[in-house]
Design a protein around this ligand. Structure first.
Ligand code: PHE
Length: 437
């Protein structure tokens, strides 16, 4: 289950969004604040979700219903289910792209033309924005999720995580060795690890906080749901520190892959924008290495694995809810949750092409769903969760969960409770306010 939780956290948010955010926010200074946020706020927030899940052994909505019977706190859980479902709709599409790039790397099409930025941009346009190919790959990706989820939590999710997470670490280590030895890699390392404190602004802090929430899978009901599967004897505090540390290791390794590589190839000056980083910049990097296809295949396997362990976790939120409510079989729940996603994800994918005319507040459907979920609903759910856990949950709940009913010493409990009560809420309100204005 711990491997599965790390798998959930380590997703496209950590491997792809993180380097782009680091670049946009001035490098090492951002990294530093991200690390502080991940440990300082991420661990306590993760613990409140674990505690709610494990003490009730229910789903994201049921956890609040059981603890706050007759009150409206269940709406926080409902928000978590809603946001997780919305994220599924568009995240599956990105999973489809990674799969498509993997296939294009295997066939060699990705490297058959000139290796210029213009060419890779055009290819990305063709792969991602044409009407049917990306939809088909998205569907294949959804089918892969269904396959794993039908296996159940232990035989499906846990077994997959136990194989894939070590694979992911091995691949990251191989890449790191390659990129760190590229000529001129030092400038990238310097940018990533040598902080320039003058670059720290309120905006940088708030972005780092938002990134910490997203990359640790907080505020989506995932950790409440996974927490419900944790054995009674699992030490929660240690587990959350492990999960956060492993996620940070992946983020660090990713940075040590991307920044030296782009520095060495001179691409850093182009700026690493979110979407193009993985699909335009990296193929250019692979093109200068011997055997571009091999690196490309390995990298897109890595990315597909990372995406899959995250989408599986986010699907589990609704699956568990449905199973608890209707007592239906696992199979029925999996199919009811994921089959509609075939249609919703197709709409998201087509919003880059055929449906690009449909706009909400000037954004295509894909971007609108991303903004709605990450900028608004997710922080609201995270805020609701920590206010509930800190101030309204039964007084002994957190203490009992963190000490496994008094069998562990739980030295950090008071500190964690302090953070959940006093520091986390204003920090999350700051993210919300910054997103609204
Ligand atoms: N931490 C995950 C990531 O970095 C967040 C996430 C989980 C997103 C599950 C979607 C699905 O990608």
């Amino acid at each position: 289950m711990i491997a599965a939780t790390v798998g959930s956290a380590v997703g496209l948010g950590t491997i792809w969004r993180f380097p782009a955010m680091t670049q946009a926010n001035g490098g090492a200074a951002f990294l530093l604040i991200y690390v502080v946020c991940a440990f300082g706020l991420g661990v306590p927030l993760m613990l409140s979700e674990f505690a709610l899940g494990r003490s009730t052994r229910s789903d994201a909505v049921g956890a609040f219903q059981k603890l706050a019977h007759g009150k409206l706190w269940w709406l926080v859980g409902a928000g978590a289910v809603l946001v997780s479902y919305i994220i599924m709709m568009y995240y599956m599409v990105v999973g489809g792209w990674t799969l498509e790039y993997l296939v294009e790397s295997v066939t060699g099409n990705l490297y058959s033309g000139q290796h210029t930025p213009a060419h890779f941009t055009e290819l990305m346009h063709n792969y991602v924005m044409t009407d049917w190919m990306p939809v088909i790959f998205t569907w294949i990706f959804i089918a892969m999720n269904i396959f794993v989820l039908l296996g159940g939590v232990q035989k499906g999710i846990e077994r997959m995580a136990n194989v894939m997470m070590p694979l992911l670490f091995v691949l990251l280590a191989i890449f790191c060795t390659v990129t760190l030895t590229m000529p001129g890699a030092g400038a990238g390392v310097e940018f990533f690890l040598h902080p320039d404190f003058s670059k720290i602004t309120a905006e940088v802090v708030i972005s780092a906080l938002g990134q910490a929430l997203f990359s640790l899978s907080l505020g989506m009901g995932i950790l409440i749901t996974y927490g419900a599967y944790y054995p009674e004897r699992t030490p929660l505090t240690r587990t959350s520190v492990t999960v956060v540390s492993m996620t940070l290791v992946v983020a660090l390794l990713t940075g040590l892959i991307i920044f030296p590589a782009v520095a060495s190839t001179g691409l850093i000056d182009q700026g690493l924008s979110g979407t193009t980083l993985v699909f335009v910049t990296l193929p250019q990097v692979f093109a200068v290495l011997p055997c571009p296809q091999l690196w490309s295949i390995l990298f897109f396997i890595l990315l597909t694995v990372a995406a899959l362990t995250s989408t599986v976790s986010i699907s589990e939120v609704s699956i568990r809810l449905l199973q608890e409510r209707t007592h239906c079989s696992r199979r029925t729940a999996v199919l009811w949750v994921l089959c509609p996603i075939f249609a919703f994800a197709a709409v998201c994918s087509l919003s880059f092409g055929a449906l690009s005319g449909i706009k909400f507040c000037g954004m295509i459907i894909f971007d609108a769903l991303d903004t709605l979920s990450n900028n608004y609903i997710l922080p609201i759910v995270a805020l609701g969760t920590c206010i509930y856990a800190g101030w309204f949950a039964p007084a002994e709940l957190l203490r009992r969960q963190l000490t496994n009913n008094g069998t562990l010493r739980g030295r950090a409990t008071a500190l964690i409770l302090f953070v959940i009560r006093w520091l986390a809420p204003p920090a999350i309100v700051a993210i919300l306010v910054a997103n609204i204005i």
